[in-house]
Design a protein around this ligand. Structure first.
Ligand code: AMP
Ligand code: FES
Ligand code: ZN
Ligand code: ZN
Length: 312
């Protein structure tokens, strides 16, 4: 196959777009597309300061690279979760995030959860008894809390994460299976800021995972190949496998599933009440971040539980 732009030998074939490109044109196409999505969904403007949550994986490092190449003011935030899993997972992902920042002369903020809250994520999860023996629930809660805290404290207008189409389609699939209307309403490329919560954006939400892999390889970005060791056997991985099977027989199915959902939601065709989004929030008594619970937010309640167990 030949590159559609120059006729040289193509190195990336995208069946779902019926498009093949050589390496040089692929490296132009990805940022061009990203810029289109940023504008289409009104994610941010060049004068806004962006905080990119980087995990050391291909999506978030690729995202940071693309935003910087497009001329946006983007700093990074790495959260040290303290996960080893026999592969030195957190250390290795931090090393690669720091390396990328140093090579490109970028600012990377680092928050170490153990230093900040006394214990690494797996221990916090164990002593707080949340999440049925897996640390993922406490991990997700902590990541959301810390990302929002840092964005607010350091004055960033927007928080950007590396979620790709495979991630978003899997979440959408899960939410649809359960008809979780509240989550369905909130799921999208942009979640607007509201009292105390930073605006959240997902500029890569229309790229397939393999497109991000191809981008990082072509750019020579070194990233951590391993997934979090606790992700094994998770629902989201199972949903991704199912959707990949579907994609094999129907190229483009994942993209259509996600895009039609966005369109339906926008035109009010989803049978869901609209005013439920981020409703009835008030500040947590301890940290001040918005919560729907009375008193403390669920993060602070978890931490209280941890300290009371630690003290006894
Ligand atoms: P995940 O929840 O692991 O699928 O990651 C989704 C997105 O969250 C990534 O693309 C990153 O933008 C962000 N993220 C995940 N882990 C971290 C971390 N340790 N530090 C900062 N951001 C992270
Ligand atoms: Fe948080 Fe795996 S448990 S990334
Ligand atoms: Zn070309
Ligand atoms: Zn709180």
């Amino acid at each position: 196959m030949k590159c559609r732009k120059c006729g040289e030998k193509a190195s990336v074939h995208m069946r779902q777009h019926k498009l093949a490109l050589c390496k040089a044109h692929y490296l132009e196409w990805v940022p061009e597309q990203t810029e289109r999505f940023i504008k289409k969904y009104q994610m941010f403007t060049p004068d806004e300061k962006i905080l990119v949550a980087v995990s050391g994986g291909k999506d978030s490092l690729g995202l940071w690279d693309i935003l910087v190449r497009l001329g946006y003011q983007a700093d990074g935030l790495y959260l040290g979760l303290g996960i080893d899993g026999g592969i030195n997972y957190s250390h290795e992902s931090q090393r690669l995030s720091e390396k990328f920042a140093a090579q490109n002369n970028l600012t990377l903020h680092i928050v170490d959860i153990e230093k900040e809250y006394g214990q690494p994520i797996p221990v916090l999860a164990e002593i707080s008894h949340r999440g049925h023996g897996k640390p993922c629930a406490v991990c997700g809660l902590t990541k959301r809390h810390e990302m929002n805290r840092i964005a607010r404290d350091l004055g960033y207008a927007v928080l950007a994460t590396g979620h790709n189409l495979d991630d978003e389609a899997a979440v959408l699939f899960g939410n649809t299976l359960n008809w979780s209307s509240e989550y369905l309403l909130r799921q999208g490329p942009v979640l607007l800021e509201s009292d105390g919560l930073a605006r959240k954006v997902k500029p890569l939400c229309r790229f397939y995972e393999r497109e991000m892999t191809a981008y990082c390889v072509a750019r020579g970005i070194e990233y951590i190949y391993e997934e979090c060791p606790f992700a094994e056997g998770s629902k989201s991985i199972y949903y991704k496998e199912l959707l990949n099977q579907l994609e094999t027989t129907r190229p483009g199915a994942k993209l259509t599933f996600y895009l039609r959902f966005l369109e339906a939601r926008k035109s009010g065709e989803l049978f869901i009440e609209k005013d439920m989004v981020r409703a009835h929030l008030h500040p947590c008594e301890k940290c001040g971040q918005p919560t729907s619970a009375t008193g403390l937010c669920s993060f602070c309640r978890t931490m209280e539980k941890v300290s009371s167990v630690a003290a006894s």
